[in-house]
Design a protein around this ligand. Structure first.
Ligand code: HAM
Length: 429
């Protein structure tokens, strides 16, 4: 019996090795997507932060919230000695930890981005994995609505840079500590008389976390919520002004959005702005990305002073689903510049030495590793769609002349064995 990867995880293989019926993209596509993301992040002047995969369990429990599904049901957590570890289910709380730990607030606002795996023990399905991969960005130390818009604009720019257009931005304001308790109470007052009609999950949320009922998928509950009090009616002056400014600036930038009073996020740290980027095309897991403002997270994690902050995170797996739906392929197929076909042992040794010199100059060279016949090596060169093929044998080494055949035009060039590296480099690159 050989081993298999764990359900809800997957291997990422190079394009050449990959089974093309697999929904998982190749590492070539993955690399291309990361390059585009890094280019956009850099243009917006965000710097990369890399935090550990394992964090103290308490950081996530307090940061994301004990009552959330992520913390109460989905953590990969374990204990060694007297330390409790969690495989990070998200990166915002770790980024805030690092920000506080390294005193990053001293030099003004910090703009940080990240790329890496996260872990949630959810039921695997299309677009939902147990090890998935996020990219995201956070602005820490900025209270202004401009920071919210900077994040939303950055997020949209990433998807546009991929060539995607089929997505919808939904936004809401979740208020803050001055408005949320009153709204919670009003929502509870509205829902309590309908207790019998609520699902078991919603019943369990009614007392402790009633806002989460707002994002129910149950049609009966949705209908019931149509007449429920709206958080917009409870926003304090500052939250209201903040939300007005965010919407105005999005309008000014021409970023389309829909306001969704039922948008609440699955993490407890949000205040004021919350948003999601959604696609209709990627199946039930329609959220491509999500985020919002989290001005109270730092103090929740023990900081003396609050750190106003806003960010987003997005899933690579859903990005790739959206790309597949819009029939966009990111990877440029990487072909060898040159395939050396060797006839005989002396020629093979010559090929190995010269391939090395060319590779050290950045030329992508392939050669035979199986002592195959010349015919079989030619077949391999064709299979790999090499740009040039050169056959090297005793005769060529004796004459000091090698023929390089351009496989797309059929044109042939003679290069001398003594200067082959310089001549090939100047010709082909
Ligand atoms: P989140 O909505 O939990 O937010 O996750 C962000 C994105 O990660 C989702 O929109 C989705 O694309 C992807 N994702 C989440 N869970 C899975 C899964 N099991 N399988 C595949 N993809 C998944 C956060 O994580 C917040 N930290 C976002 C944030 C940043 N808020 C402020 N700053």
């Amino acid at each position: 019996m050989t081993y298999q990867n764990i359900k809800g995880t997957f291997d990422v293989l190079p394009d050449a090795a990959r089974d093309h019926s697999s929904p998982v993209p190749s590492s070539d596509e993955w690399i291309a997507a990361e390059a585009k993301i890094r280019a956009v992040m850099t243009a917006y002047r965000f710097g990369e932060i890399r935090t550990p995969i394992i964090e103290p369990t308490e950081l996530i429990a307090r940061g994301v919230g004990e009552l959330t599904d992520i913390v109460s049901k989905e953590m990969f957590a374990f204990t060694r000695g007297d330390t409790n570890y969690v495989m990070r289910p998200e990166v915002t709380a770790p980024v805030v930890r690092a920000y506080l730990q390294h005193n990053l607030g001293q030099g003004g606002p910090q703009k940080l981005y990240y790329i890496g795996p996260c872990f949630r023990a959810e039921r695997p399905q299309k677009g939902r994995y147990r090890q998935f991969h996020q990219f995201g960005a956070e602005v820490l130390g900025a209270v202004s609505p401009s920071a919210d818009v900077e994040i939303i604009s950055l997020m949209i720019s990433v998807y546009s840079a991929m060539g995607l257009s089929d997505f919808r931005l939904r936004i809401n304001s979740l208020g803050d500590e001055s408005s949320r308790p009153a709204y919670k109470a009003a929502l509870q007052d509205y829902l309590r008389p309908h207790y019998e009609k609520l699902s078991e999950t919603s019943r369990s949320r009614l007392e402790a976390n009633p806002l989460r009922i707002l994002d129910t998928k149950d049609p009966g509950e949705k209908a019931l919520l149509e007449n429920a009090p709206r958080i917009s009616e409870f926003l304090g002056d500052e939250s209201k002004r903040h939300f007005d400014d965010v919407r105005q600036m999005l309008d000014d930038l021409g970023i389309a959005f829909v306001e969704d009073p039922f948008l609440v996020r699955g993490l407890d740290y949000y205040t004021r702005t919350a948003f999601e980027l959604e696609s209709d095309k990627v199946g039930a897991q329609s959220a491509l990305a999500g985020g919002g403002r989290y001005d109270l997270l730092a103090t929740e994690l023990g900081a003396k002073d609050s750190v106003p902050a806003v960010g987003f995170a997005a899933g690579f797996e859903r990005l790739f689903l959206a790309l597949a739906e819009e029939q966009i392929s990111l990877s440029v197929r990487k072909l060898p510049d040159l395939f050396f076909v060797a006839r005989g042992e002396r020629a093979h040794n010559w090929v190995v030495a010269h391939a090395r010199q060319l590779r050290d100059r950045g030329v992508a060279v392939d050669l035979d590793l199986l002592e195959r016949s010349v015919k079989a090596q030619m077949r391999e060169a064709n299979r790999q769609a090499a740009r040039f093929v050169a056959v090297v044998g005793e005769d060529e080494l004796l004459s000091g002349e090698l023929v390089f055949r351009n496989m797309s035009t059929g044109e042939e060039l003679q290069l001398s064995t003594d200067h082959v590296v310089e001549e090939f480099c100047s010709m082909a690159l």
